[in-house]
Write a protein that binds this ligand. Sequence first.
Ligand SMILES: [Zn+2]
Ligand SMILES: [Zn+2]
Length: 419
Amino acid sequence: MAFTRIKGTQDFLDLSLYNFFIKKAKDHMRLYHFSEIATPLIEPVELFQRSLGEQSDIISKEMFLIASGENKEEHICLRPEGTAPAVRAFIENNIQQTPWKVFLYGPMFRYERPQKGRYRQFQQFSMEVIGSAAIAQDAQFIKMLERLFHETLHFNNFTIDLNFLGCLDDRIVYRDVLYQFLTSPKAADICETCKVRREKNIMRVFDCKSPVCQEIYKNAPYIADHLCSDCASEWQELQDELDLLSVSFSYRPSLVRGLDYYSKTVFEFSSGLLGAQNAFCGGGRYDMLAKELGAKEDQPSIGAAIGIERLLLLLEIMKDHLPIEQEPALHLIIPLGAEQKKLGLLLADELQAQGLVADILLEGASVKSMMREANKMGAAYCLLLGEDEQKTGTITVKNMVTGAQESVAQIDVVSYLKK
Ligand SMILES: [Zn+2]
Ligand SMILES: [Zn+2]
């Protein structure tokens, strides 16, 4: 019986685009004074129950749970996202220097019914600024992402949607206003899911995919119109500073994002090239989360996550225009007879020790079939070792692009190849 992958997972056989993105993103984050951290893939279930909220889709149906121990008494989960673990690490390691600017990346997990473009194991690159209340931080953060996508990765077709969710007090007031609207005759035709959300997680109604609901919500009251005076001036400040930094954005009043912990700034980067699931990066401010997770003091923060799979779809489209590093030239050593194998091994060892990419063909029926194999392997140079070469201490070097062939003394071959 042959084995198959777990549903909703992938094998990656060509990581060139992935590595390209990770390198660019890391370099970019360092420009903005972020440092890399890594947290475990497994975390306590309660960390996410507390941070994401019991009513979020992730907690109610998508957690990847593991029960371990003799009596399955230990409940851990595979991390569904990177923000709560970063905040946990901030608190647990007693970080004093704020703002703490960090990024992490790697696999995240959700136990959901696999569907196109959705994976049980997927990759995120997430970044956080923990311990800063200044709204100018948000403007700089959004600019940092915009520059990553626009200037570093050369994306042209994306939009930035922005909304402002206010503080906790604003949300308490607004929830009542929204509830009144959703129970009024104007909203009589909302779908059943939205009726459940209205009672349990009211702001999520705006995430509804139904066109009927979306039409109704065009007339809904929006939170950005119900901000306290402090929040209203911060919302204005954010827009002014984004203008100052030449970031174009659209105000999308229905943008709430699915997670409980967001407050004030929320944003999403989307591309029309991605179809229905078009957001490839999203984030926002989470001023209350650190205290919720056990910090002694409030640590106002902002963070974002990039969905790497979706981002790679965008990179794939423009692959030919990206400065992706070429694989270094392959030097393929071909011993023509059994007697030359030992010499071939030594020669390969010498090339590798000198920093040249080398491989050796240890099987092959004839010179012809070995040369065919060399072509398939994409060798830049073939180093042929036959009886004559062995006797004379030379090696025949064949340039596979030009076809030119030259006899080189074995002791000179490394310097010949390096020049
Ligand atoms: Zn407020
Ligand atoms: Zn609905």
